[in-house]
Design a protein around this ligand. Structure first.
Ligand SMILES: [Zn+2]
Length: 368
């Protein structure tokens, strides 16, 4: 079994993490005070941290999402967004995440008058500051933004156009998030068509709070290149009496086309998309060699980091360093950053990092 220190020392890549799901609890309290946000359930940092975690673990995606009221509540000012984005980069870099795509819905930060573009600009500026500080501390990280539209709202075309405007400044793609049941991807077809017309990238939250029709629409109507979660694809996989598995047409398409699954196991247990880590479809999907990646989703609400998530998966399924590297390379291959940049990170950071860890492990074995 891998130690937490080994996992922390391994280069990691993250494709699915929400800016408004990863605030430091102390920062939420600071920002509420600084910007006059009155509705926090408590201003005690520890109590607030456990409030978020209790609020998230209620086995319903809709209830899970309620906790975001307060993180979004303190993200209504440029300086607040910049601070949260900078801390996000620093926190991920300190966990040795070397590449991250972090998403946010700019329409959530317009209550006090910021425009969509101002929100995205503040987010990018925060990532620039945070990654510069991380590099100075010897923990380099490449930070990219995914711009998200809320699926229950009606601003997705505007948001998609905003994402496209910032593509040369660090935005790498477009997503929709929010309650999935009742808000299928084709509701936002026009936004996805605007993005596709510009040869830009799309990932869609699909197959988390709702099943196969959502995944099917995301892929075949909306042009999703990756699936946010996608765990319900197991509904199209049948276990046969001889111990093998039969894939339906949609599951076969997802595997044949190497559609990346942005899996977030702990978050799925909290939102009720999976009953437990041990029962999580991650295990079956990795054994069937789907293009699986591991992600945090909401580090604050689910009390996770990339390292803690990989630790739990290693404890439950026995991943080892080999599979950790496979998952990391899967994520880098599936990233929306330009090909050259991905290749550089794989060849100059990920592979040497794992080679170094393997050499250190064999030295330990040789001395034992
Ligand atoms: Zn998500």
């Amino acid at each position: 079994m891998l130690t937490l220190d080994t996992i922390r020392g391994a280069p990691k890549a993250l494709l699915h993490d929400h800016l408004d799901g990863g605030l430091r609890p102390a920062t939420v309290v600071d920002l509420a005070r600084e910007f006059g946000y009155q509705r926090l359930p408590t201003t005690d940092v520890d109590e607030l941290a456990s409030w978020f975690r209790r609020g998230a673990d209620r086995k319903s995606l809709e209830l899970y999402l309620e906790t975001f009221e307060h993180t979004v509540g303190v993200l209504q000012d440029r300086d607040a967004i910049m601070r949260v984005a900078a801390e996000c980069a620093e926190d991920l870099a300190a966990d040795r995440v070397v590449y991250a795509e972090v998403r946010y819905a700019p329409e959530l930060s317009t209550e006090k008058g910021l425009t969509l573009d101002e929100v995205v600009e503040a987010n990018l500026e925060g990532f620039r500051l945070g990654s510069a500080r991380a590099a100075e501390a010897g923990q380099p990280i490449v930070m990219k933004v995914l711009v998200t539209a809320m699926r229950q709202a009606a601003r997705s075309v505007e948001v998609a156009e905003c994402a496209i405007r910032w593509r040369d400044a660090g935005v790498v793609g477009f997503d929709i998030a929010g309650p999935e049941a009742g808000y299928r991807p084709t509701r936002h077809l026009e936004a996805f068509e605007a993005v596709r017309k510009e040869n830009f990238h799309i990932t869609i939250h699909a197959g988390e709070g709702f099943g196969l029709p959502s995944i099917w629409e995301a892929l075949q109507f909306c042009g999703a290149e990756r699936l946010g979660h996608g765990v319900r694809i197991v509904d199209d996989i049948t276990a046969l009496p001889d111990g093998s598995y039969s894939l339906g047409r949609l599951a076969a398409f997802v595997r044949d086309r190497r559609v990346p699954l942005e899996m977030c196991p702990t978050s799925n247990v909290h939102s009720g998309a999976a009953t437990s880590i041990a029962e999580h479809p991650f295990d079956l999907l990795r054994r069937l060699r789907f293009r699986v990646t591991v992600n945090t989703d909401n580090r604050l609400m689910s009390n996770v980091s990339m390292s803690s998530e990989l630790k739990v998966l290693d404890e439950t399924f026995g991943l080892g360093l080999g599979e950790l590297e496979w998952l990391t390379i899967n994520a880098m291959k599936s990233a929306f950053a330009p090909f050259d940049e991905r290749l550089r990170i794989i060849n100059e950071v990920v592979k040497p990092g794992y080679a170094h860890l393997r050499a250190a492990e064999s030295r330990v074995v040789a001395h034992a």
